[in-house]
Design a binder for this molecule. Structure first.
Ligand code: AHG
Ligand code: MN
Ligand code: MN
Length: 333
């Protein structure tokens, strides 16, 4: 709110928020604040590159492929390096697990935290100007020496999870288990400022999101749910409408703010689905639950599923309680 002198009243920056709001929580230690700052630093540089991507040749495929043999866009690699450099410089992290690296990167064996991240989500949209994002989560390292048990975790063990969506504005949304808050990057001062305090997902869904081209490969129970969903929409019994841009962060953020259900189910061709548990689904599940929503793998609570591999894929359903209850009824019928 502007004062008479046009001075921003009570601008709550991310730093001040962490200090004020997280005080008394385990994560208010300087170490967590520093890890979040390291993540935010990487996000600010990615924001800058994305917003000038048209001016440099950073667009377009890097020609390589990542661990999933997916065509990797240059910005994926660049974003991955930024996260690694920023977190390695901080020195507080024992290891990093990235979508872009087959194996974890050990940083500082005595570090107390493990950070998992998808440095650039929705990368197929980079050169067509549809918003992309970054997704991250922070775990406490379990033992004295880093090993697989430190990252093969359940999402319920996350200390913090969040995402950045590089859209019409760049927004950071994160939770430390104490509610969900959104911060908008004011690039004129280079600060994330609190813009969406205490986010709660609307109970009623305005949107549903899934890749329609896969419908014929869904289970008969899920196809029955989709049929029911569409007939309720057609008869006006439900306000729900289809929206799907193919960027998890964008589809998820829109549904979080307006109410909705996001589905990336398993199919007859890929029973495990496409999205990765550790650095895509578990962070989003943590956030949606903290915002009053529900997330499952179609059978059980998503946050109760333990990763048995760093790049484990899992079917993903997340969103408003209304539709999540209905889809669950159909899948368990
Ligand atoms: P990434 O760019 O990190 O590989 O993630 C892409 C994911 C996710 O963002 C999105 O929801 C999904 O791919 C879209 O997949 P389809 O194109 O198969 O619908
Ligand atoms: Mn992704
Ligand atoms: Mn990615």
């Amino acid at each position: 709110m502007q004062t008479t002198l046009g001075i921003e009243r009570r601008m709550m920056t991310l730093d001040r928020f962490i200090d004020e709001q997280e005080r008394g929580f385990e994560l208010a230690t300087g170490e967590f604040s520093q890890i979040l700052r390291d993540i935010v630093l990487a996000a600010k540089v990615i924001h800058r590159e994305i917003n000038r991507a048209g001016l440099t040749d950073i667009l377009g495929a890097a020609g390589g492929a990542n661990v999933h043999a997916e065509q990797v866009q240059k910005l994926d690699l660049y974003a991955n390096e930024l996260f690694k450099q920023s977190l390695e410089t901080g020195g507080l992290v024992a290891a990093l697990v990235s979508e872009e690296e087959q194996e974890p990167t050990v940083v500082n064996p005595s570090g107390r935290y493990v950070v998992v991240f998808d440095p650039l989500d929705g990368s197929s949209n980079i050169d067509v100007n549809v918003p992309v994002g970054s997704i991250f989560a922070v775990y406490r390292k379990l033992g004295s020496r880093f090993g697989p048990d430190d990252y093969l975790r359940k999402g319920s063990e996350q200390l913090a999870a969040g995402y950045v969506v590089y859209g019409s504005s760049t927004i950071l949304v994160y939770s430390t288990g104490n509610g969900v808050n959104g911060f908008t990057l004011d690039s004129s001062i280079g600060e994330f400022v609190l813009s969406h305090p205490n986010i709660k997902i609307p109970a009623v869904s305005a949107y549903y999101s899934f890749n329609d081209a896969e419908l014929h490969r869904f289970s008969s129970r899920l196809q029955a749910y989709i049929h029911d969903l569409r007939s309720r929409a057609a008869t006006g019994e439900s306000p729900i409408k289809p929206r799907y841009v193919g960027s998890l962060v964008s589809d998820f953020h829109r549904n979080l703010m307006k109410g909705g259900i996001f589905m990336y189910p398993g199919t007859s061709k890929k029973p495990e689905g496409k999205l990765r548990l550790l650095y895509e689904c578990a962070p989003m599940a943590f956030i949606v639950e903290q915002a009053g929503g529900v997330a499952t793998d179609g059978v059980q609570r998503l946050l109760d599923v333990r990763a048995d591999h760093a790049h484990k894929r899992i079917p993903f359903f997340a969103g408003s309680p209304d539709e999540m209850a209905i889809v669950e009824r159909f899948l368990k019928a």
